[in-house]
Design a protein around this ligand. Structure first.
Ligand SMILES: Cc1ncc(C[n+]2csc(CCOP(=O)(O)OP(=O)(O)O)c2C)c(N)n1
Ligand code: SF4
Ligand SMILES: [Mg+2]
Length: 313
């Protein structure tokens, strides 16, 4: 079948503009963004992350047409429900491939993904590694509470040894993963760590990740007051703990130095561990598309696609 014999699709390809404020639109305020009242337990760390996300959108003068909020499943992944805006509460562990599709097809959007330690490193573990290595442009905030909250206290991949849960009644026996090391080794080009108890720092990390051209990963400690109360006290100065920043002379392009930071025992360090500029999958794919279009200037996009399919027969 020749390309010209096929019906043209009805949808028009949207015009793509660079991310940023739209001059003819009013930037969003927290009031515009607040959706249903969050169903999280009173005192849950996730409240801070949501409040700071609103603050970020307000501060950066974003509008609905420029931002999308995606998540998997879990308490933390309920996030998009509580944002009055475009987004999706997707399948458990599958937020990243879904968000990758959005990012690759809509370069005009800031894609934000939120989720928990189970969603990111258990069921979604593979997707985490592959999205990181592909350097798909998005910001991924993992609200790490060291437990499965939504399903009421099972051991998660970040639960420490000895943690007693419904799946480890006598205490966890499997060594936890280190999210920072995992992200660095997977090839994430922006890797940062923060905690919900330090709002200014959370906002700073989210802004830096959003401005990074690539896969921006943030581990944000977020206490589950219901099933792991006090887990992060050692990182909270108000509870007698220590909040130590990454040293100012740390070289964010030095991979080994990033591992060394990540190796520090809890409460560890907070800030940007790694930040390097590498081609994004978005840019690489855009090049391929542009090249293909050059070869077929007389054809519409859908006709070029059809030619590709025909060649596969
Ligand atoms: C395919 C599938 N498997 C298992 C579940 C059950 N489940 C829902 S949330 C969850 C774990 C959530 O833990 P985490 O991602 O750490 O989020 P939290 O609730 O702690 O914020 C599990 C196992 C599910 N919804 N879908
Ligand atoms: S169960 Fe834990 S993680 Fe879930 S809303 Fe309650 S405090 Fe937050
Ligand atoms: Mg969790």
């Amino acid at each position: 079948m020749s390309a010209s014999s096929i019906e043209a699709p009805r949808q028009k390809v949207p015009k793509v503009e660079a991310p940023g404020p739209l001059s003819d639109r009013k930037p969003l305020t927290k009031k515009d963004l607040v959706a249903d009242h969050p169903t999280w337990c009173p005192g849950c760390g996730d409240f801070s992350v949501l409040a700071l996300y609103f603050k970020l959108i307000e501060k950066r003068q974003l509008v609905h047409e420029r931002i999308t909020t995606v998540a998997g499943i879990g308490c933390s992944s309920r996030f998009p429900y509580f944002v009055q805006g475009h987004g999706a509460h997707y399948i458990h562990g599958r937020a990243l491939p879904f968000a990758s599709g959005i990012s690759l097809s809509r370069p005009d959007l800031h894609v934000f993904v939120f989720g928990g330690d189970g969603d990111a490193f258990s069921i979604g573990g593979n997707h985490f590694n592959h999205t990181a290595r592909k350097n798909v442009k998005m910001t991924y905030v993992v609200m790490d509470n060291w437990v499965y909250g939504l399903t009421k206290k099972q051991t998660s991949p970040t639960s420490p040894l000895g943690f007693k849960s419904k799946t480890d009644m006598w205490g966890a026996v499997d060594r936890p993963i280190n999210p920072m090391k995992q992200a660095i080794s997977a090839g994430a080009t922006f890797v940062a760590r923060t905690t919900h108890t330090n709002p200014n720092h959370v906002l700073q990390m989210m802004e830096a990740a959003m401005d990074h051209d690539g896969f921006g990963f943030i581990e944000c400690l977020s206490e589950c007051v219901e099933f792991y109360e006090g887990a992060f006290d050692a990182s909270n100065p108000r509870k007698g703990g220590a909040f130590n920043l990454v040293p100012s002379d740390h070289d964010v392009t030095d991979e080994m130095a990033a591992y060394t930071l990540a190796d520090a025992g809890f409460p560890g360090l907070f800030g940007i561990f790694r930040k390097v500029n590498q081609p994004t999958k978005n840019a690489n794919e855009a090049k391929i598309v542009a090249k293909r279009r050059e070869n077929f200037t007389e054809l519409k996009d859908w006709q070029i696609l059809q030619k590709n399919f025909d060649a596969l027969r």
